[in-house]
Design a protein. Sequence first.
Length: 156
Amino acid sequence: MERELGKEALECQEIVDLIKEVGLMKTVWEIGACYEKLVKEFLVNIVEDCANPLSKEYHKGFVRGKCVEFSPVVINKFLDKNEDPQPVVEVTDHDVCKEITANQVKVWPKKGKLSSGKLSVKYDILNKIGAANWVPTNHISDTSTANNEACQVFSC
């Protein structure tokens, strides 16, 4: 899910620099004309064998009955991402917690939610972008493990 940021958000150079640094500008700017209240999500039917290299539907999905190529290569090419294999990031939830809170919180909370007030400015901005565009949540005042892991990966 992508949602275009408004002009006021892009007037803040720190936000623009951060979005450019993590290579996500194409996901929030100049997406194309759409009516936001009408188009809240984009649905694609993905067949069971889409991940099987031997299948004729390998890396394909169906949009309004039309078969389209859909793969990490296609997505990365659109986003101008490097196609070289990236190292797997191996960190614990506690490591993520320390990083995103600038060492204010050393251990991930037992209930799985961390108050967004504890996030450093950088990760607070990434959390808000993630909550609005990528990781579903109904709690803007706290943040999930999945969203925080995504924020940490995007900030590298």
